[in-house]
Design a binder for this molecule. Structure first.
Ligand code: SF4
Ligand code: SF4
Length: 380
């Protein structure tokens, strides 16, 4: 990371036009339909300064903050995957012209995106998606094109939500420089004394952007304030998940656990958890055609392992029951994702807890599985 600099609160808005002048569409946290959600912005003033989003199991509420922090909230509704791997994407079109059939791949140039305000946990999720789609034997071309034109402005977390457990997953609350974690700038918002942002570049593009801003070298006081902020955030996180133990239990004797029936009885298979999860990436293909029969297309659309149709193969669904589908999802998140891709499938962002309509909490289910396994071990 580059040297730490400081940008005054009143000067940070200049970053948005700087990005726009370089052709980037800026996506940032905004107030949307009673929540904080990521959306395109035209100016810095659209960020939710003075707002936070209280989150608990099955509960999300907007609330005012006593201060005027710009990033005084945790992760937003939905995740950044919505922009890098859209919910519906045309892969190719087939046209019939003059008695001939032409197949046209979707060659639309992807928009240049600036992901402004991405949290450390979501940076890890981005690294996981990069691993899945870019490091595959056959990289995913639409995703690769999107990623190649993306600039990432990360923000260290000062105010985690009650649903966050990134400390357990070692994905936050501050950005750590490690293999696979890519960002251009990282900000830390400081409100002790003058409202300001400590900022460090993580790439040449980040350094170029910083050169366009009014900055000053960070003082020892700034660095100390940033450390206090992160330590306070770490201490305020009460949700825990014993990730390594959960992985061993899930890969061990959890297959027939009674917990699956218990959680399956509550789960409505609504798919919310997979839609909001930043590392879930399952899709299905849909084919369509025009009424006059001259054009057909194939689209890739988001799907979920919670639907019965997702595991349908000849003769029926492999996972016909909800307990089986929840088990599949949780196994993938906490165990087999790592086996498949050598990265974590869960970053501790807590979205699946907040946006589950019945408040199912992956950390509670993991705890129950671990306790059951320990009891079984004692009885042996
Ligand atoms: S499983 Fe839940 S907590 Fe983990 S990354 Fe997905 S949404 Fe976030
Ligand atoms: S959000 Fe909750 S109810 Fe919906 S599928 Fe996920 S665990 Fe089940």
């Amino acid at each position: 990371m580059g040297p730490a600099l400081v940008v005054a609160r009143e000067d940070l808005p200049d970053l948005v036009p700087l990005l726009q002048q370089s052709g980037y569409q800026v996506i940032a946290p905004t107030l949307r339909q009673g929540a904080i959600a990521y959306a395109p912005i035209q100016s810095f003033e659209e960020l939710p300064a003075g707002w936070t989003m209280e989150q608990d199991a099955g509960r999300v509420r907007l609330a005012h903050r006593p201060d005027n922090m710009v990033f005084g909230h945790a992760v937003g509704a939905q995740s950044w995957k919505r922009w890098l791997r859209p919910p519906a994407q045309t892969l190719f079109t087939v046209c019939r012209e003059n008695g001939r059939t032409h197949i046209r791949p979707n060659e639309m140039a992807p928009p240049k995106l600036a992901l402004f305000g991405i949290r450390p946990c979501d940076l890890h999720a981005l690294a996981a998606l990069d691993r899945v789609f870019l490091d595959a034997a056959i990289p995913d071309a639409p995703y690769a094109a999107m990623r190649a034109s993306t600039v990432v402005i990360a923000v260290n977390c000062g105010t985690p939500a009650d649903t966050c457990f990134c400390t357990s997953m070692e994905t936050g609350p501050a950005v750590a420089r490690q293999a696979g974690l890519k960002f251009d700038l990282v900000l830390t918002e400081l409100t002790d004394g003058a409202h300001r942002f400590m900022v460090q570049a993580g790439s040449d593009l980040g350094r170029t952007l910083l050169a366009g801003l009014k900055t000053a070298p960070a003082t020892e006081e700034d660095e100390a304030a940033a450390r206090v902020l992160i330590r306070t955030a770490q201490k305020s996180m009460t949700r825990r998940l014993e990730a390594r133990t959960a992985q061993l239990v899930l890969l061990g004797d959890a297959m027939e656990s009674r917990q699956w029936q218990a959680v399956g009885a509550r789960c409505m298979a609504c798919t919310n958890c997979t839609m909001v999860c930043p590392t879930c990436f399952c899709t299905s293909l849909e084919d369509g055609s025009s009424v006059d029969g001259t054009t057909a297309w194939r689209k890739r659309v988001w799907d979920s392992c919670f639907t019965q149709s997702f595991s349908y193969i000849h003769g029926g669904s492999v996972r016909a029951t909800i307990p089986a589908r929840y088990r599949q999802w949780m196994m993938h998140k906490l165990a087999s994702y790592r086996e498949q891709f050598q990265v974590q499938g869960c970053t501790g962002c807590g979205r699946c807890i907040a946006w589950c309509p019945v408040g199912i909490d992956i950390t509670e289910v993991a705890r129950a599985l671990i306790a059951e396994s320990a009891r079984a071990e004692e009885a042996r």
